[in-house]
Design a protein around this ligand. Structure first.
Ligand code: PLP
Length: 394
């Protein structure tokens, strides 16, 4: 008789966005004229920029011409895109070889798939709260997970401490959902910890483009010794609006070894077997992100979201509500001083604003709430005015 992977039974049913949808639908049924402002889901709203769509249109035309048509190609990514990425990293003095970069369909896929390289009996350290994919993909693989608490005291940036044990360490900076960003000194502590414990850091840099403070690291490889202990996952989803277009990249340095084996070679082998590359048209669009015109357009879009985040941050400062994020991140993580679902209900019923209850990102998220800066400027201003009106009494 066929047997299923029993680890799936250990997964919590992910009710978060379903519950939000249900509560919103019920509210709208009762209040059909209510004006709702959605600041819940972390998806971008500004479309792809003209340099990207022009490059994709040109590439689509090439696909219809015998001489320029592309079939199966190197599953690791076209050289033109890997070279553009090498140059992008060089700006931060991060020196990579093209063969250390793997182009994929997105950070989510690569993060979950990369775990195939490790034995199930590793101890995995995951910050709480965090992007739920780390937890769920490790549960599916039946791994031992140990959580490290983020809280108000450590500014939601948990650090290594005496007695901490780990083989695989997940770090996300800027963090989803808290918007908190590790400094170089803090990341150095993590890199040193990983070297000492012969552990591997899986560093998620999906929001690096939102960092505006020049002193903060965008890449783990800005940290001394990181090439020997870290893999980096990044994505054009939030950088360039590719959430529906799909393109990410994973950096696996050639000098990175785990248990004496090259993770670069193992990942190349894994991808060679299970991945057939990202569409040529999409890779040409991604290449355009790194041209002068592409960088300018993407920077303008990010600046727009950052402007929204700044308006939100001002509001919570004015209301004297504790929060993280909002400066180097599209997320604001605020202390709601009550059950995060009760706060969701209150914000929806009294202000018509939809956010995400912190408890959906881990037990340490209880009592906190995430709002995103991906709405329009007008809606962001309006939402903050409403929030000011209802919470001015604090
Ligand atoms: N990593 C983090 C921290 C995220 O928040 C997200 C998406 O929300 C991803 C990765 C996924 O990125 P992608 O769209 O490239 O799969």
């Amino acid at each position: 008789m066929v047997k299923i992977n029993g680890n799936f039974k250990s997964l919590k049913t992910n009710y978060l966005f379903k519950n939000i949808g249900k509560k919103l639908a019920a509210f709208q049924a009762e209040n059909p004229t209510a004006s709702i402002i959605k600041m819940g889901i972390g998806d971008v709203t500004i479309p792809l920029c003209p340099p990207v769509t022009a490059a994709m249109a040109k590439a689509a035309t090439e696909m219809g011409v015998k001489e320029t048509f592309k079939g199966y190609e190197d599953n690791q990514g076209y050289d033109f895109l890997k070279s553009a990425l090498v140059k992008y990293y060089q700006k931060r003095n991060v020196m990579l070889f093209p063969d250390e970069i793997f182009v994929g369909d997105g950070a989510k896929e690569d993060i979950a798939n990369f775990l195939e390289l490790f034995s199930p009996d590793n101890v995995v350290l995951i910050p709480d709260p965090v992007y739920p994919v780390y937890m769920d993909s490790n549960i599916m693989a039946g791994r031992n997970i140990s959580l490290i608490d983020g809280n108000e005291r450590n500014g939601f940036l948990p650090m290594p401490s005496e007695g901490l044990d780990a083989d695989i360490i997940f770090l996300c900076s800027p963090n989803n959902p808290t918007g908190a960003v590790y400094t170089k000194e803090q990341l150095q502590e993590w890199v040193d910890f990983a070297r000492e414990h012969k552990a591997i850091i899986l560093f998620d840099a999906a929001y690096e483009a939102f960092i505006s403070d020049d002193t903060l690291p965008h890449s783990i490889y800005e940290i001394e010794g990181a090439y020997e202990v870290a893999v980096e996952f990044c994505s054009l989803s939030k950088t360039a609006g590719f959430t529906g277009t799909r393109l990410g990249y994973t950096v696996v340095p050639e000098r990175l070894k785990a248990d004496g084996e090259s993770l670069n070679k193992m990942w190349a082998r894994r991808q060679g077997t299970k991945h057939n590359g990202v569409a040529y048209v999409i890779q040409r669009g991604a290449e355009a992100v790194f041209t002068e015109a592409g960088q300018k357009s993407c920077a303008e879009t990010i600046e727009y979201y950052r402007g929204n985040a700044a308006i939100m941050a001002e509001t919570f400062k004015y209301l004297n509500i504790w929060f993280t994020g909002g400066v180097n991140s599209p997320y604001i993580w605020l202390k709601c001083k009550k059950d995060s679902w009760a706060f969701f209900d209150e914000l929806l019923s009294r202000a018509g604003v939809v956010g995400t209850p912190g408890s959906g990102f881990g037990k340490c998220g209880e009592g906190f709430f995430r709002l995103t800066a991906f709405n329009t400027r007008e809606n962001t201003i309006e939402a903050m005015e409403r929030i000011k009106r209802i919470f001015n009494r604090f």
